[in-house]
Write a protein that binds this ligand. Structure first.
Ligand code: RP5
Length: 165
């Protein structure tokens, strides 16, 4: 299929509404950097048909990156990576209150992908950094996003005082 447009959007997905308290951080930084995004609940275990439909069309809908957050037995990022054709998947392991494993379960499930099915994994509850990473990927094809990210980093650097008092 010949493409006449550049993929420059981010899809933010999460396994449950309860993950939004973390994934909201990704929305915040993408909004700041003026990156286009859409947010959805897609569950690997509870909505497998929705997962398949989402992941199989993500590339042709113009998404360059999927930021995918899930807790517990977090299969979401890996399943999206297994179905999507070329979109980059950044997984956010979420500390689920129900599992009692402090997010280590989701971290290992997101990280330990077999060769050939890559998922980039940020820290537990690291949705903010996932947004920054997504923006840096979009910045490769979108000069405005690249310059917004550069400016944001300069401001961050300038905000660090030299002395503690
Ligand atoms: C995972 O189970 C979700 O990603 C969430 O982190 C966790 C708990 O989900 P809820 O029971 O709060 O819906 O699938």
């Amino acid at each position: 299929m010949k493409r006449n447009k550049i993929n420059n959007k981010v899809a933010i997905i999460m396994g449950s509404k309860s993950d939004y308290r973390v994934m909201h951080d990704c929305e915040k930084i993408l909004r700041t950097l003026k990156v286009k995004f859409e947010t959805k609940i897609v569950s690997a275990h509870r909505t497998p048909k929705r997962l398949y439909e989402f992941a199989s069309s993500v590339d042709k809908k113009g998404f360059a990156v999927v930021v995918s957050g899930a807790g517990g037995a977090a299969h979401l990022s890996g399943m999206v990576a297994s179905i999507a054709s070329s979109t980059t998947i950044i997984g956010v392991p979420i500390k689920s209150k129900k599992s009692g494993l402090d997010g280590l379960d989701a971290c290992l499930a997101t990280l330990m992908m077999p060769p050939g099915v890559p998922v980039g994994c940020v820290a537990i509850d690291g949705a903010f950094n996932a947004g920054l990473l997504a923006a840096s990927i979009i910045g490769i094809v979108d000069p405005k996003v690249k310059s917004n990210l550069e400016k944001w980093k300069r401001l961050q650097t300038n905000s660090v005082k030299k002395k503690p008092k």
